[in-house]
Design a protein around this ligand. Structure first.
Ligand SMILES: Cc1ncc(COP(=O)(O)O)c(C=O)c1O
Length: 474
């Protein structure tokens, strides 16, 4: 098991607060207001420096648009309603128009029909948590289920674990098959009278792959339970990749049995951070999500989901992003992303020491060592160490150990995939030359997967969060 040294921990802590010695650390509200110019100057310094890495195009995922002119336009739209509270619909009916139209456009893109309804949420996690609550509530209301269970692929996003943790739902993680897709037979065998819903991803966060949604849909119909398709990542990209003629497994409302879907405007929808679309096959399902309260001293309360006040600016910007990108913009981006992903996949396949995870990744390429380390294979995190030193920011996978590159628009820059191929080859050579040495980027990996190891990792991760919220002493 990898051990974290005291120096590595200190380095991690220091990295949380790089501005400690550069700007004044505020522990109290300043007695006299600072000037706008002064504050803006600090903000500009930080944002320029922090954008530099993303602007190289060498970052996996995270930044989906990367076009500063479009960011400026979206920010201009945001500014018009930044202060508006969507909860106060009577004051801001524009939000009602924007939300309704975002939902309608997204439903049309994802094979919805006149019955399809939806809501806008703050992001992917909320778009996954709400439907879990919905299926719990529906199970209780229609079947009297008091100990609800939900079955998800092991690769599904952890926001669902979070939802089940919050909402008292028992979660079953179905193992993956050799091809990194959910084992549908396992799912079938584990459905019980308490199962309220199944989940599949399109595509999954660690592998970018589309689970066998048609098979899951058939199971959902057979048992009359929900099927949520997590399209947070792929929902705004896969439809356009499919339109290019690339084979994409069926995953949306056209598949019988799919009852809800999430698709993030703030990812491949190319909007600002802070919005996502959650769709339901019909209005009956969405009702389970609403929260209304008739006899509160503060008045009649109504909210569609978990959030209370929400900024109208983000919703306006998401609407503006969809209108100004248009079908053509989404198609062009999908073509460039798909082409880049294929080059990255080819670069991985050119390395006999590596293997691509899954059959046909279309936009996200996950890979790991072709052989276990015990059989002379390399440590993939050593490959990552070299890539990091060349400015790449990959996403780590674990169980099995791996890296993934989620290709976004900034990564489609001319020559970048070729640069990656060269650096990856060097990374493999580096990993082979340093076999047996601890990888810097893998320090926290390799511990999880056993109850004792998970305890250690949970302890360290909670400590990291504490450290992030602790304003350092000068
Ligand atoms: C497949 C998938 N689902 C859900 C999420 C969660 O989205 P968010 O980070 O917006 O809450 C992500 C984030 O990357 C994702 O890739």
């Amino acid at each position: 098991m990898a051990e974290l040294t005291a120096a590595q921990i200190q380095e991690m802590l220091d990295s949380f607060y790089p501005y400690k010695k550069r700007f004044v650390t505020h522990r109290d509200i300043p007695a006299q207001p600072l000037s706008r110019a002064e504050v803006l100057a600090q903000i500009a310094t930080m944002s320029t420096e922090e954008d530099a890495l993303g602007d190289t195009g060498k970052v996996s995922g995270s930044l989906y648009l990367g076009d500063h002119e479009q960011y400026a336009f979206l920010t201009e739209v945001f500014e018009k309603f930044a202060h508006a509270n969507v909860l106060q619909r009577d004051m801001y009916p524009s939000s009602t128009k924007f939300e309704g139209e975002i939902v309608a456009m997204t439903a049309a893109m994802l094979g919805g029909d006149a019955q399809t309804v939806g809501v806008i949420t703050s992001g992917g996690s909320e778009s996954l948590m709400n439907p879990m609550l919905v299926y719990r509530e529906r199970g209780l209301a229609t079947r009297g289920i008091t100990a609800p269970e939900i079955i998800i692929p092991d690769s599904a996003h952890v926001a669902i674990d979070k939802a089940c943790h919050y909402f008292g739902i028992t979660l079953l993680r179905a193992p993956l098959r050799e091809d990194f897709l959910v084992d549908v037979d396992w799912v079938r065998d584990h459905i019980t009278p308490n199962t309220v819903a199944l989940v599949g991803s399109a595509g999954s966060y660690p592998y970018g792959l589309v689970d066998p949604i048609e098979e899951l849909g058939a199971l959902a119909l057979e048992h009359d339970i929900g099927l949520h398709v997590d399209g947070c990542l792929g929902g705004f990209l896969l439809p356009w990749i499919a339109r290019l003629g690339v084979k994409v497994p069926a995953f949306d409302f056209r598949v019988p049995g799919v009852t809800s879907m999430s698709a993030d405007t703030h990812k491949f929808g190319y909007a600002l951070k802070g919005t996502s679309v959650l769709l339901y096959r019909d209005a009956t399902l969405r009702r389970y999500q609403y929260f209304t309260f008739p006899d509160w001293p503060g008045g009649l309360y109504i909210s569609p989901g978990m959030s209370g006040s929400r900024s109208g600016g983000l919703i306006a910007a998401a609407w503006a992003a969809m209108l100004t990108t248009g079908e053509q913009g989404y198609l062009d981006a999908a073509a460039a992303i798909h082409a880049t992903a294929q080059k990255i996949k080819a670069a991985v396949q050119a390395q006999p020491e590596l293997r691509v995870y899954g059959e046909d990744p279309t936009f996200l390429v996950a890979f790991g060592a072709a052989r276990p380390e015990a059989d002379g294979g390399l440590d993939i995190f050593l490959v990552n160490d070299l890539l990091t030193s060349r400015g790449w920011r990959m996403n780590p996978d674990q169980l099995p150990a791996g890296l993934h590159f989620c290709v976004t628009r900034p990564n489609t820059r001319e020559g970048l995939a070729e640069e990656f191929a060269t650096d990856l080859a060097d990374g493999v050579a580096y990993a082979l030359a340093h076999r047996g040495e601890p990888a810097r980027s893998g320090a926290l990996y390799g511990m999880a997967g056993t109850p004792a190891g998970n305890d250690v990792v949970n302890f360290l991760l909670s400590g990291a969060l504490d450290a992030m919220y602790a304003v350092p002493q000068d």
